[in-house]
Design a protein around this ligand. Sequence first.
Ligand code: NAP
Length: 310
Amino acid sequence: MPRILFMAGHRWPDYATVLPRALEEAGVAAEVSPDLAPDAVDYIVYGPAGDPAASDFSVFPRLRAVLSLWAGVETIVANPSLTVPLTRMVDPGLTAGMVEYVTGHVLRHHLGMDAHIVNPEHHWANRAPPLASERPVAVLGLGALGAACATALVSLGFPVRGWSRTLRDVPGVACHHGPEGLEAALGGARIAVLLLPLTPGTENVMDARRLARLAPGAVLLNPGRGPLVDDTALLAALDSGALGHATLDTFRTEPLPREHPFWSHPKVTVTPHIASETRPATASRAIAENIARAEAGQPLLHLVDPERGY
Ligand SMILES: NC(=O)c1ccc[n+]([C@@H]2O[C@H](COP(=O)([O-])OP(=O)(O)OC[C@H]3O[C@@H](n4cnc5c(N)ncnc54)[C@H](OP(=O)(O)O)[C@@H]3O)[C@@H](O)[C@H]2O)c1
């Protein structure tokens, strides 16, 4: 019987019932616990714990795979003690939440909602917003989350350009790839959404030059990872008026330090890394499916490539 260490201790109460049930439904007879002797552990369900000692995987002699509870794996992928396969989280609940966050914040900016929500002088600005079809959106990253968000934005009528490392085919989306494709994806976009993983190839991808590719007054949404954006260049673009607004959910340091200029900047909206999160019920089914596959000798789904970093 395989033994599964749930190495995201503070989340155990959310999973204590649903994960064993999902394993049972997937036909896996397994013991799952946040507390197992290292030499008994076959699989690890992993969430960053903050304790570096908790990430020394060399102490698990039987370990067969690590299944990340998180979609972003930048805190574990380069861990030298990790010598077994690593999977990242692809969870329908996580994806649904991200689609809701991205469409909600895109529509906020597209419709100019703020002007009518806070209007102390009762200004009668009766000019209708443009149609979505007049507002090109760039979605950087066309993986599980980016493709779903791009598809939702297409269904609302936005002309959507997407960008990925390899060429993707997302119906209704003008897909670009590779370094040269980024210029085309960003050129003249009025809203840009970042849903890239953090890797050496994506850090600071939105630097001063890339920000300047966007349309004057464009809006940046970053629910991806903080270091995707050059913060200094972003603040300069906002201050000069080149960019109209930035809605940021992820930051280089989290929680965002109280004194950070983003908190008080009139053109920045800070959301505290709540764009979406892994949902225990649906994520447990994804984990159970992968462990069932491993037990049956089938290849794992959503494997991370350590060379690529995601
Ligand atoms: N704020 C939140 O609450 C929250 C929640 C969950 C996840 N996230 C973030 O969202 C990220 C994306 O998640 P996901 O599940 O959609 O990941 P994913 O399925 O692995 O997709 C990643 C996408 O980024 C592209 N990409 C990677 N490196 C690139 C590069 N150097 N140049 C161009 N494109 C590149 C990939 O290209 P290919 O298609 O060619 O592989 C792929 O399209 C996560 O890594 C995490 O950082 C945030």
